[in-house]
Design a protein around this ligand. Sequence first.
Ligand code: DGJ
Length: 744
Amino acid sequence: MFFNFSVKYLTLFIMKKEFVSFLIICIISTSLMGQQPSGQPQGTQAPDILIGAGTNNTDLIYRVNGRDGKLYQAYLGSKLNETSALLKARDAGHQAYPVFGTGNLFEPALRMTHNDGNTSLELKYTSHNSEKPDPNVTLTNIVLKDPVYPVEVTLHIKTFAREDVIEQWVEIVHREAKPATIFIYASSMLHFDAEKYWLTQFHGDWAEEMKIQESELTSGIRIIDTKLGTRAHMYQTPVFFLALNEKSDENSGEVVAGTLGWSGNFQFLFEIDEKNSLRVRSGINPYASEYSLQPGKKFRTPSFIFTWSGQGKGTASRNLHGWARNYGLLDGTKPRFTLLNNWETTYFDFNEQKLSGLIDDTKKMGLDVFLLDDGWFANKYPRNNDRAGLGDWQENKAKLPNGLGYLVKEADSKGVKFGIWIEPEMVNPKSELYETHPEWVLRYPNRSEVYYRNQLTLDLSNPEVSEFVYNMVDGMLAKNPGIAFIKWDCNSMIMNPYSAYLKDKQSHLYIDYVNNLYNVLDRLRKKYPHLPIMLCSGGGGRVDYGALRYFTEFWASDNTDPLERVYIQWSYSYFFPSVSVCNHITSWGKQTLKFRTDVAMMGKMGYDIQVNELTEKELKFSQDAIANYKRLSEVIWKGDLYRLVSPHESNRAVLMYVNESKSKAVLFAYTLNSRYGEVFNRVRLQGLDPAKTYKIEEINVSTEGRRMGPSESGRSYTGDYLMKIGMNVGSATPLTSAVYEISE
Ligand code: DGJ
């Protein structure tokens, strides 16, 4: 409701900094003349209203313009001392959620066709309110309505004060006589007015995920999107940095880090208009996805999650990590298991005896879980390669005559836990499931099937199929309650986007698939709230915060060559906390075991190697490294990450984690290459307490390969010294590494 006062500027609340997100300032301006907002009697001037949705260091402020009753984004950036000054601006800002057809000549956030064929919308502010789900979190809901058609759009803005993170999503509902069609339905539209805009984006493919590119945006439209159906990430990743005015680096520059919580087709659209203003639209990719919305049924978009930093990408990453651990990732602050996986050592070729040996190896290494990968199921078409068996989730009698239960017990008797691989959304054409239920499979009835990894995707838009997926997982867990870990894989995109179930609503497929997958995961999580599950998708193909609400970690890439992994893990670290990134030590690459171990240790470490082929020295080195990892994992998983030397700018990579009390840090240094005579200078550390004195100790020391260069190991320095003068790390020898424990 608009207030009918005639005072010039009236500030209703001046709140403390940490509660500014709660702030509502109503300003009544008599100086502004013009069109009346909806419902406003002729001749009176509605007040302008400011609606703040800020965090400790950021303000996102909307303004309801009294002249036209519409909602504008008045400000986004570093915290303002006085928000009411925004009302002095002659221009209300940019329309917060612009629509199609009523004067907007650029990309809309929402486009819809009504029952009568009319294609226009106009959204006017109706009301807003705030909720406080916890002292750190404020949820602001702003309701907009069309004055001509019964369409209501609610913008939800959830702010996380301490983490400086903002989450936005939108709910759309109409009460027309018949279904109306929505064509574009953004989660968020943000506006920027800077001199220049620098976009950092991430792209790749199987085994080459997260390659980084930075470029200046030019006028017109740039789109980053995918159309893969079952996952967001693979060719393009649903994350970006947007630097304003100048390029940002780790410690300087204004930068926004954004990501979409959606495990299907996503789209980020960047449009620079004729005035050099930039709009950033984030949401589900509207590609082939017009959605027919029943009257009264709410359409909820996924969340766009972003943080604004005035101190570069380092702060932006730490903000997102903090948010993810506390809110975005399942059990983000809880410990994780270390594990031995058998995929790269056995592939499909194993039996009970071999697995029993691997369970022994898990124990011998000091790891928590033995994880049995693909190949344990199917009888009519045994899963002995990736061409058969997917969908038939009964233990293969030749490989596992005594079933999974036997292996669970075997693991238990040896003091380790048992984990299992599944890929429940998929089917091989050579399977009993396909034979019995061809109608459950996404495929065109009148065309030949197109395969990716010899498999097809099940039609999760069909409730019967989601029920099958739920029952398959639930049934396995009910039968084997000792299963302590799951790896949930998804190796194909939607190659044949046709659902027998959806009939004339084929354009719902991409959206219904993901929402029904989330329903399955919701139900499973109600029953098994804390079971650790690794999210995997033929390499790093399904990494997004929509899915990570249900998963404790993700498989970053099938490429485990440690040289490649330094770059891949570096890129993930911009948006995802180390506790979620699974890194395994395998036999890829020719590097030393020490190098492979040190690289895996910067995140969630695991193994996928032939333990029985390790020499005695290597075994001892690994056991010690695992013990070090367990001792330091709290710092690595929960500490603040400082990326000190980038592999993209140097022949080495150096990063460190510092715990909250700044009493302990772990530093990782990797020398990737070196030119003749190249000098690697001291590295200045970050995040320490200048007044504290720290002892430096090199850990994971190995005599394997060439030794490291000058080392400060064993010495003590103040935090001030280490941050201003620095320390020597690693050596100039290519493919060597060093890990330092830095203790108060
Ligand atoms: C793809 C995964 O990324 C691998 O780790 C492995 O689990 C295979 N699938 C199994 O088919």
